[in-house]
Design a protein around this ligand. Structure first.
Ligand code: ATP
Ligand code: MG
Length: 230
């Protein structure tokens, strides 16, 4: 297998069930060109996170296939896959460590400047700068309190510090104020053309700039279109 260079994803006839007898996703076809921005919406349990899990190779589909830059997703060597993929999880975890360490996550060779650049790109820099010790403020157990939305901005900075080709975001379900939400949307929009973004959204403002929005309904693609069309 080859490393991921462009980050063009294609999903064809995808079908999956955690229990193969009970499909969670059926007949999913999506084209996500390199550098494009795809939003995913749908009711709870409709299969949004499951679709991300398949794109992340956490599970393997029983039907259909996923390709990246024309080769099967499974063919990409593990290290190359890790290098190319960034994930902003629904409930990011924080280390009991400084903001800086939380963003660099022990990855060797990430300079302080690169950490701050990632934070700026994630629209996290302003709130970090306002913390008592800025990037040296301790987070996690016994550390400074950050909101659910700020956690997601930090997780976005963490993901962007790895310079991913593919960025997956599973938006926090609750407790995200509208300003933070708008920042997440802005940060995603600014990646256009450089990073292939797939973002699960609970609020349309996060994916206002999406090239396409997929609507999942009981594991099927019910609709797709632009923000304006839906
Ligand atoms: P939400 O908006 O609540 O996050 P979702 O659209 O992300 O929902 P999924 O988490 O993909 O939905 O779940 C789709 C279906 O798969 C649900 O019926 C769920 O119960 C089931 N499911 C999810 N994860 C697992 C798992 N690890 N094992 C078994 N079933 C699962
Ligand atoms: Mg989910």
């Amino acid at each position: 297998g080859q490393p991921i260079t462009q980050g063009a994803l294609r999903v064809e006839g995808l079908g999956f069930g955690y229990d193969p007898a009970r499909p969670v996703l059926q007949h999913i076809d999506v084209d996500m060109p390199a550098g494009s921005f795809t939003g995913v919406v749908g009711h709870t349990g409709s299969g949004k996170s499951t679709l991300l899990s398949l794109l992340l190779r956490f599970y393997t589909a029983q039907q259909g296939r996923i390709t990246v830059d024309g080769q099967p997703l499974q063919a990409v060597p593990d290290a190359a896959f890790r290098d190319a993929v960034g994930l902003v999880p629904q409930e990011p975890f924080l280390l009991s460590a400084s903001v800086r360490e939380n963003i660099s996550m022990g990855r060797a060779g990430i300079s302080d400047a690169a950490v701050e650049q990632a934070a700026v790109a994630a629209r996290a820099h302003d709130f970090i700068a306002a913390l008592p010790q800025g990037y040296d403020t301790r987070l996690g157990e016994g550390g400074a309190r950050v909101s659910a939305g700020q956690k997601q901005l930090l997780a976005m900075a963490r993901a962007l510090a790895g310079a991913p080709r593919l960025l997956f975001l599973d938006e926090a379900t609750s407790n995200v104020d509208s300003e933070t939400e708008a920042r997440i949307g802005e940060a995603l929009a600014a990646l256009h053309g450089r990073v292939t973004v797939i973002a699960i959204a609970h609020r349309l403002s996060t994916i206002r700039a999406a090239d396409q929005i997929l609507v999942l309904h009981h594991g099927r693609l019910e609709e797709r279109g632009s923000h304006e069309a839906l």
